[in-house]
Design a protein around this ligand. Sequence first.
Ligand SMILES: Cc1ncc(COP(=O)(O)O)c(C=O)c1O
Length: 387
Amino acid sequence: MSLHPSSKAGRFTESVIREMTRLATLHHAVNLSQGFPDFPAPSEIKEAARGAIAADVNQYAITWGARSLRRAVAAKFERLYGVPVDPETQVTVTCGSTEAMIATLLAVLDPGDEVVVFEPFYENYGPDAVLSGAVPRFVKLRPPNWSFDARELAAAFGPRTRAIIVNTPNNPTGKVFSRDELEQIAGLCRRHDALAITDEIYEHILYDGTSHVPVAALPGMAARTVTINGMSKTYSVTGWRVGWAIAPESLSGAIRKVHDFLTVGAAAPLQEAGALALALPDSYYGELAAAYQRRRDRMLAILEGAGFGPHRPRGAYYVMAEIDGLGWEDDVAFARHLVEEVGVAVVPGSSFYENPADGRRQVRFAFCKKDATLDEAARRLARLKPR
Ligand SMILES: Cc1ncc(COP(=O)(O)O)c(C=O)c1O
């Protein structure tokens, strides 16, 4: 009988995050599970997308990305971080940073290669490793600061290590890796001739004066870093599916080939709008971060008031919260209770760990929501009774 899924597909489950969004709709719950904003995207970007469609930018763009967007990506990275990027050879535009990550892993890893992943991790990295045939080696980030043990990290690197995935600012923890931590990672990459693959899609969502350090900006690291980013979070357009990878020329060709045969290209008119978005003035990013800091503070107050033990994020737009103070010891049962009985959808902590037991007492709240949504969540969570 050949009508069975591949062993690869059998080795990971459906996305818990996206499943929670479906349950939220089913139970008319306030959806604080999936990380998408429920407020409007900037009007000038929407106008640019409409304009591109009206101007008939409606056929395939160059497979590795419209020249205007590649130029904007390169110019912005150089302007903000001082790292020169050649848009002709180093930038590949993809269908979201999700595709940039899997295309990169498929382009650089062979079956049996090892890739170091910090945990808790963004849930896509697990299936991404399976699909690329790589063996993930997990290194723990521990609260309250979500710091890692330098010896544990060094021990995770070995002769088969090809790459490390670094997500900063981090989902789900809100950790922003410090320059010192990134230097340690860079040192290990150099020592083991490994690649850093960085997911920096929350680069502008930073709190309390924290700054973002791209790994590629560290001395000598541009030559061994693939920097992944996208429009989804910075411009509140998660449904547009426009992302990119900035890679050294030696790897770019492989990433472009994989990308071409996976998807051909991202939506052409939305790439044109992306070129305009990336040229927005610095004030746009300052306002974005300030608005998110207000939402973060509100979310923390709501969670503390409702009896959770929230960890204060320094970046990105999620709060990991401990649930044992409410008398719950099983994140999945708690998340089900919350969506069905209280009317708030969250993500069970276990979905961010290799060993589900490590996340049993945590759930993740997304606060990329308008005030009215957070108000309603506050009203509902106030009814939550400790067990
Ligand atoms: C760390 C991280 N990487 C990637 C993504 C997906 O980004 P995109 O919409 O660009 O595919 C998300 C979305 O939540 C994320 O949190």
